[in-house]
Structure formats: C-alpha cells, structure tokens
Ligand binder design. Structure first.
Ligand code: NAD
Length: 248
C-alpha cells in the first residue's frame, strides 16, 4: 500500500507483542504517529524501540476503567485527537464444555468484550469524521471449533455489537470494522495450543486452502487497509484474513 499515514495519530492496544506489534510496525513505517498500549512495562519499552521516532507507549490494562480514563486524558492533552484506533488487546483459553471455569469465562469476556467496548466508547470523543476503528476479532466468531466456545463467544459478541454501534454513531463519520484472523504464527498461539503443538500447527496448515497459517505482517496489512481512506466505504464489516479456512 502506498498510502501515507503522515499526520495520522494511531492508538493500538495490546501492541507489545504479536499481531498488535505487527500493526504498529506497519503503521509506523507508513508515517503514522503510533501510540502502543499493553500491561507489561518492560515488554512495551522493548516493543516501542522497534518502532520509528514517532512512537510512544502507555501502560494500560483495558479491563481497568480508571486506567483507560487516565490514558485517554493523556492522549487528549498530548495529541488532541485519535485518527485510527486499533482495539486489538485480547486473549483466549481452551475450555471444553464440562471444564469451563467462572474465572476464565470472566477473564475472556472482561478482556475481549468489556475491554474492547470501553476502549472504543472512551475513544469516540477524541475521534473526528474520517476517523476509523478496527477491532481484532477471530475466525472463532463463526467457527470456534472444540474447546473454544467461550473465546468464540467473545468474538461473536463483538461482531454483533459492531452492527449496533455503527447505527448508534450514525452521522459521526467514524467507521468501525472487525478484522478476524485465522491462526497466526505468534508466540501466544504456540503457548495457547495444547501438546503436541507442532502436530496441531500442521493440522491447521492442512486445513487451510493456502496450506499454511498466517503471518503477523499479513494481518497488519489487512488492518492497515481497513483503517485507511482506501476502505472509506467499508463499515460494520467483519473481514476474514485466514487463507480461506473459515469460508469452506
Ligand atoms: P498476543 O498475546 O501477542 O497479543 C495480545 C496482546 O493483548 C498482548 O500484548 C497482551 O498482553 C494484551 N492484553 C491481553 N489482555 C490485556 C488487558 N487486559 N489489557 C491490556 N492488554 C491486554 O497475541 P496475538 O496472537 O497477537 O493476539 C492479538 C489479538 O489477535 C487478540 O485479540 C487475539 O484474540 C487475536 N487473534 C489471534 C490469533 C492468533 O492465531 N494469534 C488468531 C485470531 C485472533
């Protein structure tokens, strides 16, 4: 993509690693001022050192409303606005029916649904017409597979909520879309999968029409497209970046 993001202010949550960091790197390379958030200060400092000079980091737990309020106040006083919000912070657990625990249920819904809801809602006053929000979903929203009912439920909830949100903010000129990756080769995916991890990764490759799993930079490029003016007429959509695996 040749489009410039000069003078754009982009916030990416959960960007100290994996897909979020890949998105931050892509936006930074295209000229955006990039603000990354996460929970771990050391990981954030390491991540921001891989970005250009126009990058900074804030320690924010998206499930903590006080921290979110403080964060957006700092963004308001330092930058005045947000042009691009990438609500990416998320997590999942494998919990088959019969073994679902209230703690892990709450953690997944608190992070993935409550966290994203208030990340988006609290950003809106800083966003002007022409701004864009992209939420990281998952193909688990339509095809969770075994053990991922709660995780898939969180991502399906986001999909339903976005359909309503675009009506709630009708006329604001702010687009909201979801980019739903299939399996992407991140450390989190490897930590998330049960043993034997290599065999499961191979079965994921075998299941894909492209014969492989995704790379963070491929997800980043799709997110950047959705966040850009090139996608000016795309709104309320869930776009799948999964090599076709969830479409067959
Ligand atoms: P990751 O663990 O590298 O990234 C997730 C980030 O979110 C981490 O930096 C983590 O610390 C942060 N985070 C989690 N809870 C948080 C909280 N309460 N407050 C602030 N930050 C928090 O994993 P990833 O694979 O890059 O995942 C990024 C997103 O992509 C997630 O929403 C995940 O559900 C989604 N996803 C990943 C895959 C995959 O295969 N990797 C597939 C589909 C969807």
């Amino acid at each position: 993509m040749t489009q410039s993001f000069q003078n754009k202010i982009a916030v990416i949550t959960g960007a100290s690693s994996g897909i979020g960091l890949g998105i931050a790197q892509e936006l930074s390379a295209l000229g955006a001022t990039v603000i990354i958030t996460g929970r771990n200060k050391n990981k954030l400092e390491l991540a921001v050192s891989t970005l250009g000079p126009n990058a900074c980091q804030f320690q924010v737990d998206v499930s903590n409303l006080t921290e979110l309020n403080t964060f957006y106040e700092q963004i308001r006083s330092r930058f005045g606005r947000i042009d691009i919000l990438i609500a990416n912070a998320g997590m999942g657990e494998i919990e088959p029916l019969g073994q679902i625990t209230p703690e892990k249920f709450d953690l997944q819904f608190t992070t993935n649904v409550r966290g994203i809801t208030f990340t988006v809602q609290k950003a809106l006053p800083l966003m002007k017409p022409g701004s864009s929000i992209v939420i990281t979903g998952s193909t688990a929203s339509i095809n969770p597979g075994e053990g991922l009912s709660v995780y898939g439920g969180t991502k399906a909830a986001l999909r339903a909520m976005v359909r309503s949100w675009i009506l709630d903010i009708k006329g604001a000129g702010i687009r909201i879309n979801i980019l739903s990756p299939g399996p992407v080769d991140t450390q989190s995916l490897r930590d998330f999968l049960p043993e034997p991890v290599d065999a499961i990764l191979q079965s994921l490759r075998d299941r894909s029409p492209l014969g492989r799993i995704g790379r963070t930079e491929e997800i980043a490029k799709a997110v950047v497209f959705l966040s850009s003016d090139a996608a000016a007429y795309i709104n309320g959509a869930e776009i799948f970046a999964d090599g076709g695996a969830s479409q067959i």
